[in-house]
Ligand binder design. Structure first.
Ligand SMILES: *Cc1c(COP(=O)(O)O)cnc(C)c1O
Length: 296
């Protein structure tokens, strides 16, 4: 997917900016219509290690709506590898849109009970094979962060005082922090109610020096929890689309954009700040909403 990097662009967002603060958006969603922008970056170092080790199968974990599952299936297909997705829970009456997409990329889906899913080490032990390369749920890990660090190669980094992104496992945030300049502040918007553990999980992906860099997690924008949404959230996604034709998803970027607008209005960013917001993709997640909920 290297060749699609030329599709990515940075554009100002009038909706998120104010008179004293300018906000640009890095449109990683333009990388691919289905594969989340940031998931591709997080996977690329794992892929090259898997190739080096001459593995034939990528195996990973996720929920039925996981962007990471879809991206892994796609990455495997593109690299001529097989893939297995271990999915949390029982098969539903209808498979989710994400799982159907993953299967269309050739992924083998195996359901694991919620209880057994808690012990991924055991699942790996029971299913291990020399041809398998294992990737943690959500692509969490140091190689994932290393891949995400290259996201900032796409922008004129020194133009910005602030960078903001949505935070799930924290892998992307850790990667961005690795590349951020010393005077920049990185703000993560957690999309899960995991404020107590996420800071530590990010720290585990950083060197001692990187831990001293300026990053802040702004909780309070989960809209009830992971993949939850409210009419207010959907309304703010619709108005961003109507004003600027920027699509967002209700799990990650919708919450991020809402949060950035809110933080701008509350004076979180200093006057004259230049903020880079990462549009990390994830649009396929909207397929789980009822038809016509969103205009895009
Ligand atoms: C997975 C995902 C994230 C979160 O990335 P982490 O590295 O897990 O924090 C953000 N945005 C989108 C669109 C995603 O799919």
């Amino acid at each position: 997917m290297q060749e699609n990097l030329q599709n990515v662009l940075t554009q100002p967002s009038a909706t998120l900016s104010s008179s004293g603060i300018s906000v640009d958006m890095l449109r990683l969603d333009l990388l691919h219509p289905v594969v989340s922008g940031n998931k591709w970056f997080k996977l690329k170092e794992y892929l090259s290690e898997a190739r080096e080790q001459q593995k034939k199968v990528l195996a990973t974990f996720g929920g039925a709506y996981s962007n990471h599952i879809v991206a892994t299936a796609f990455a495997a297909k593109e690299s001529g590898m097989q893939s297995i997705g271990f999915i949390r829970g029982e098969p539903g009456k209808f498979p989710s849109h994400s799982l159907l997409t993953a299967e269309s990329y050739g992924m083998e889906i195996r359901y694991i009970s919620r209880n057994a899913f808690r012990d991924t080490a055991q699942i790996m032990k029971e299913n291990d094979h020399p041809s398998i390369y294992w990737i943690r749920e959500g692509g969490y890990g140091i190689l994932g962060a290393k891949g995400a660090a290259t996201i900032l190669n796409l922008v004129s980094l020194s133009d910005y005082s602030d960078i903001a992104c949505a935070t799930g496992t924290g892998t992307m945030l850790a990667g961005l922090l690795k590349s951020a300049l010393p005077n920049q502040r990185l703000t993560g918007i957690p999309v899960l109610n995991n404020a107590d553990t996420i800071r530590n999980e990010i720290h585990q992906l950083l060197t001692t020096a990187e831990r001293q860099k300026n990053f802040s997690l702004q909780a309070g924008y989960t809209f009830g929890g992971y993949a939850r949404h409210t009419p207010l959230l959907l309304e703010s996604m619709r108005s961003l689309w109507e004003a600027e034709r920027i699509p967002s998803d209700f799990v990650y970027t919708g919450k991020l954009f809402f949060a950035v607008k809110d933080l701008v209005s509350k004076g979180y960013f200093a006057e004259k700040s230049k903020v880079l917001v990462i549009h990390s993709g994830g649009l396929q997640g909207n397929a789980s909403l009822p038809l016509n909920t969103l205009p895009f």
